[in-house]
Each structure stands twice: as structure tokens, then as C-alpha cells.
Design a protein around this ligand. Structure first.
Ligand code: ATP
Ligand code: MG
Length: 506
């Protein structure tokens, strides 16, 4: 058998009150794509942070190409050949693609940056991976997906042995995922070892050769992809037997009968904002779930922001409970009973330095006004109720949000908007980064809220999820609402895809 390029033995990492990694063994071979799998909080990101020198391990050893190493910091990890591309791309958007690939290690001649050589080498690297990217264009002229590919090109060129991708596909559409996978396969064939973290099991089965399952900070096992089917894998992840994927919401769709008649809670007529979204009509009744489908950048979020006063419309009208209304700010919208859970948990969402409790009550407190502070008892009650309902871990309301795993942070953000007891709940990618069990729970919760009379606008890149929940699906393409399809049981992901692709209902 071949020697692993990277091996860890008995790795231990403790945070105050939590053992994040408890004696984990893990091996990565050259030329394989290896999945790291586990529930939210299982320890995946922590293991990666240990491997990349972000957190020092409290115990255990790291062996690289046969010799033990001590990874003391990110630079050392890089020198040892371990590179990471995080979900948030850390590049300089207004520099060119070539500059981004060579930042900090520009080819020089007589002490000056040799621009021509830099562009030439960047173009070569991009071509080797079969990417169609103009390296002299500014990075921000490309989509996030392409920017992420540029980050990969850079990472691999800096040090090409081990490439770690932590949830790289969570904000990519299908074509972009395909493009990313093509690059991953090419790198694998060149002998790079790739560690892939994702909550999308279908993607794991498509791209990975082997997998390591973590549960509660412990190694559960190491498997070849063919050794376990998805149901078996999920039971290994959660440590319980499962009858079938149906229990995870992965199977049958619920019957979606739309609520009968009545005036719409919200009605948009020709609502528009120049450059963001073309005029669109949309009616949402109480008890109704409207899905928004479309590729990344198609205008789904932009359309929703007009309904929350986050952006101002410059045409059309908006009626709320029959009365024409202008939403000047999110505060206006909240006062009208509208909640918006943003996809952007970093920039528009959570405050890492505050506790779980403080983050959860933030929107409710803002809606009441700061002159009427919620009592501490009320805050505790809200926090505990939603920690339990969404199974937020750790279940301590006083934990700092920045110390929670990615998926658990997402749940805190969702809880914040659920407690505002709104009449219209706008959810933009609410299950991104959430593990498969918790995702099914959240879908159930949304369906129940609608059954109790809440109007819901549900935005997600996962069509299966949109179809499972929505009564009607608005399809956006190039900033235009091109169709609204009734989810009558005949609607398939394929038909929605075809509508997205062609710009008209097929
Ligand atoms: N800086 C920190 N301080 C305290 N606890 C932490 C810190 N970072 C992580 N943890 C805890 O360590 C455990 C593992 O978290 P980790 O981020 O590795 O999970 P994960 O498997 O990446 O989950 P997800 O799928 O949600 O991203 C969690 O209980 C988390 O709360
Ligand atoms: Mg994580």
C-alpha cells in the first residue's frame, strides 16, 4: 500500500467546556478525493484548523510524507504543502486574476515585478485546469464561483500536495459545481490529495473516493465510497439506525395544498429596482409558501430585499394586507410583520462577540424598540425554547456565537427571525451549511409555520427543497421573474431547471 501524504494520529483539541476532537485518526493519500463527514459541530472545521495551523492541537501527532511535523501556524502548513480554500474567498477583488494568483510571491526582475511573466504564468496555470478565465481582468468581474476557482489555482500553485475545501459548494449553482468538480478531478489526476467537506451527500458520492466520518469529535470510521450507501452513511453520522431517507425529508414530497382564497398578505405589482430586478408581480397569502428558484445572481435575493425595505424600489406598488405601503427600511417592514433571514450570516446577520441568547433576541428587541427592553427572564425563555426546537449545540445560551460551528450559527440566525412572530417570513438559503438531519427538521418547521397561517417566501438553490415546501415557485432568470409555476404534484426539478435555462415555462 502507498504511503499517506498526510496522517494524523490521536489528535485532541479542547475548547473551554467542549472536546472538539477526541483522539481522531485520519489518513489522506495522494491522488484521492476524501470526504470529511459529520453532523453540525462534529469537529470537521476544527480538524481542518488543526491541519492548517490555525489552532494548535492539544495532543496527538501529524505525519507528513512519513515524518512527524509540528504545524505551528498557517505559513508552516503552507510550507508543508497543505493549502485551504475557505467558503469565503479571501482574495483582493479589485486586483486582476493574475495578481491574485501571485500576491506576495510576484515574479521579479531586477527587483521589480515582472508583469508580463506574471500574466503568462497565470494564463498557463488557468489553461492547465482547462478554465476559461482572462487573467488580466479584475477578479470582481467574475462570479463568486470563478473567484473560488482562482483561489484554488493560487492554493495549488503555492503548495500542491494537499488541498482542503471546507464547504466549497454551498453557494454555487449546478453548473458551477460541475466546473469545480472538473477542476478537482484534474488536480486529483495530477496526484494532489483533496479533502472535501460538504453536507451535500449526492455531491460526496459523485466526487469522492473515500470518506472519514466524525461523530461528536470522535472518529466513527473510514470507508470507501462504495462501502456504504447514503442511508447507512447517515446512520453512522448520527449514531442511530434509520429506516430510510424518507425520515430525513429526502424522499417523498408532502402534499402541498394551497390555502383557499382571501386577500393576499402581500402583493407586489410591477415592483422593480433598476439594475437589480425587473418589474415583477407577486402575491403571497397567509399560509402559503412561495419558493424562488433561479441561478446564483439571477435576482432572487434582490427581489426579496424590496419586500423587506432593505433596498428601495424605484417603480411599482406594494400592498400589505390590502393597503398600499412604502417600506423605507427594514424597521418599517418589521413593524408590518415581515421578517427576513438573510443568506449572509457573516455580514448581515450574526454578531460573533455576542452570546447565543443576545443574538436570538436581537430582532425582537429591535421591533419592540430599545425603550422597552425584554426582561432577562423573557430572553432566557426565548433562547432556551429555540435552542431546543432547532437543537442548537452547544445548548448553552451564554456561549459566544463565534465559537459555534457554521451550521449551528445558521440555526441561531434562523431562531432570531422565528421569534419575531411575523406574518411573512422571508428565508434566503436558510439551510445552507446545515446537516442533513437538521435540514429535515427545519423544513418541517417551515411547513408547520405555514400551516399555522404564516406566509413564507423561501429562497434556495436546492430545487428539491424548494419543491418539497412551496405551493408555487417563482423562477428568476437574469433579474427577471420569468414564470410562476404551481406546485401541483406534477412539477419536477427538471421542469424548473428547463424554465431557468430557457427563460420560459416548457
Ligand atoms: N473557537 C472555539 N471556541 C469554543 N468552541 C469551539 C470553537 N470552535 C469550535 N468549537 C466547538 O467545537 C465543536 C466542533 O466545531 P466545528 O466547527 O469543528 O464543527 P463542524 O463539524 O465544522 O460543524 P459544521 O458542519 O456546523 O460546520 C463544536 O461544539 C463547536 O461549538
Ligand atoms: Mg464547519
Amino acid at each position: 500500500m502507498q504511503q499517506p501524504v498526510l496522517e494524523v494520529r490521536g489528535i485532541r483539541k479542547e475548547f473551554p467546556g467542549v472536546v472538539a476532537l477526541d483522539g481522531v485518526d485520519f489518513r489522506l493519500f495522494p491522488g484521492e478525493v476524501h470526504a470529511l463527514i459529520g453532523e453540525n459541530g462534529a469537529g470537521k472545521s476544527t480538524l481542518i484548523k488543526v491541519l492548517t495551523g490555525v489552532h494548535p492541537a492539544d495532543g496527538g501527532e501529524v505525519v507528513l510524507a512519513g515524518s512527524q511535523v509540528w504545524i505551528a501556524g498557517p505559513l508552516q502548513a503552507q510550507q508543508a504543502g497543505i493549502s485551504t480554500v475557505y467558503q469565503e474567498v479571501n482574495l483582493c477583488p479589485n486586483l486582476s486574476v493574475a495578481e491574485n494568483i501571485f500576491i506576495g510571491r510576484e515574479p521579479r526582475r531586477f527587483g521589480l515585478i515582472n508583469w508580463a511573466a506574471m500574466r503568462r504564468r497565470a494564463a498557463e496555470l488557468v489553461r492547465e485546469l482547462d478554465l476559461d478565465i482572462d487573467v488580466s481582468a479584475p477578479l470582481n468581474s467574475y462570479s463568486i464561483a470563478v473567484q473560488q476557482l482562482v483561489a484554488i489555482v493560487r492554493a495549488v500553485d503555492v503548495s500542491a500536495k494537499v488541498l482542503i475545501l471546507d464547504e466549497p459548494t454551498s453557494s454555487l449553482d449546478r453548473d458551477e459545481v460541475r466546473q469545480l468538480f472538473a477542476v478537482i478531478r484534474r488536480l486529483r489526476d495530477q496526484g494532489v490529495a483533496i479533502l472535501f467537506v460538504s453536507h451535500f451527500l449526492d455531491q460526496i458520492y459523485e466526487i469522492c473516493d473515500r470518506m472519514t466520518v466524525l461523530r461528536n469529535g470522535r472518529l466513527e470510521g473510514e470507508y470507501l465510497i462504495g462501502e456504504l450507501n447514503q442511508v447507512q452513511l447517515v446512520s453512522r453520522m448520527i449514531g442511530a439506525e434509520l429506516a430510510g431517507l424518507d425520515q430525513l425529508g429526502g424522499g417523498k414530497r408532502r402534499e402541498r395544498t394551497a390555502p383557499a382564497g382571501g386577500t393576499a398578505f402581500l402583493q407586489a405589482d410591477g415592483l422593480t429596482r433598476r439594475g437589480a430586478v425587473d418589474p415583477y408581480d407577486l402575491a403571497i397569502r397567509s399560509g402559503e409558501v412561495i419558493g424562488l428558484a433561479g441561478l446564483l445572481g439571477s435576482g432572487r435575493t434582490e427581489a426579496a430585499r424590496l419586500l423587506f425595505g432593505a433596498d428601495q424600489s424605484d417603480g411599482g406598488t406594494l400592498r400589505i394586507e390590502g393597503a398600499e405601503t412604502v417600506l423605507r427600511s427594514p424597521r418599517d417592514a418589521i413593524a408590518h410583520g415581515i421578517a427576513f433571514c438573510s443568506e449572509n450570516r457573516k455580514t448581515e446577520g450574526l454578531v460573533g462577540e455576542l452570546t447565543v441568547r443576545e443574538n436570538i433576541v436581537l430582532a425582537l428587541q429591535a421591533a419592540r424598540g430599545w425603550l422597552r427592553p425584554l426582561s432577562r427572564t423573557a430572553q432566557d425563555a426565548y433562547a432556551l425554547r429555540w435552542i431546543r426546537a432547532l437543537d442548537i449545540r452547544p445548548g448553552n445560551p451564554e456561549a459566544l456565537v463565534r465559537n459555534l460551528s457554521g451550521g449551528n450559527q445558521q440555526k441561531v440566525l434562523l431562531a432570531r427571525w422565528l421569534i419575531t412572530d411575523s406574518k411573512l417570513l422571508i428565508l434566503d438559503e436558510p439551510t445552507r451549511g446545515i446537516d442533513i438531519g437538521a435540514k429535515a427538521e427545519i423544513q418541517k418547521l417551515v411547513a408547520n409555520l405555514a400551516e399555522d397561517g404564516m406566509a413564507v417566501l423561501f429562497i434556495s438553490a436546492e430545487l428539491e427543497e424548494v419543491l418539497r415546501l412551496s405551493h408555487r415557485v417563482g423562477v428568476l432568470r437574469d433579474h427577471r421573474m420569468v414564470a410562476q409555476l404551481d406546485n401541483d404534484g406534477e412539477l419536477t426539478p427538471e421542469r424548473v431547471m428547463a424554465t431557468i435555462a430557457s427563460g420560459a415555462d416548457q
